[in-house]
Ligand binder design. Structure first.
Ligand code: 5GP
Ligand code: ZN
Length: 122
C-alpha cells in the first residue's frame, strides 16, 4: 500500500475519528455506515470498517470476520432504511475499479439509480 493510501490523511478515517462530520445511520465497534454525500439513488449509504483497509485487494484471511459482518449487515441496513425489496451492493477496487476514496467501503444503493460517475470514469 502506498503512503498516499494510509490512514493519516484518509477521508473515511477522519469520519471514523469524528474529524469530518457525516450523516451516520449505524455504528458499532467495528463498522460505521453513513449517507453518501452525493447519492446516486434515493438510498445510498456507505458501510465501512473502522479499520483502515485501503482497498478490498488489501484484505487477507484475517479480515474474513469483518468482511462477513459487513455483508450480513448490508441487507439489515437496507431494510431498515426502506429498501426491503432489494438493493445493490458495490465495492469499487483500485483505479481501474473506479475507486475514489482509498478506505474500503461497501455502497448500499436502493431505488432508481442515476448513472453514477463511478461507472463512467475510466
Ligand atoms: P468510490 O468511488 O471510492 O467507490 O466511492 C466514494 C464515495 O464516497 C462516492 O460515492 C462519494 O460521493 C462519497 N464521498 C466522497 N467524499 C465524501 C464525504 O466527505 N462524505 C460522504 N458522506 N461521502 C463522501
Ligand atoms: Zn481510512
Amino acid at each position: 500500500m502506498s503512503a498516499d493510501h494510509g490512514p493519516d490523511n484518509c477521508l473515511f478515517c477522519k469520519i471514523v475519528r469524528g474529524q469530518i462530520s457525516s450523516n451516520k445511520v449505524f455504528e458499532d465497534d467495528d463498522v460505521l455506515a453513513f449517507h453518501d454525500i452525493d447519492p446516486v439513488a434515493p438510498l445510498h449509504v456507505l458501510l465501512i470498517p473502522k479499520l483502515h483497509l485501503a482497498t478490498l485487494a488489501d484484505s487477507d484471511s484475517t479480515h474474513e470476520p469483518l468482511l462477513g459482518k459487513m455483508l450480513v449487515l448490508a441487507p439489515r441496513l437496507a431494510r431498515e432504511l426502506g429498501s426491503a425489496d432489494g438493493f445493490r451492493t458495490i465495492i469499487n477496487t483500485g483505479r481501474i475499479g473506479g475507486q475514489e476514496v482509498y478506505h474500503l467501503h461497501l455502497h448500499i444503493i436502493g431505488g432508481p439509480v442515476r448513472l453514477p460517475a463511478m461507472l463512467t470514469r475510466g
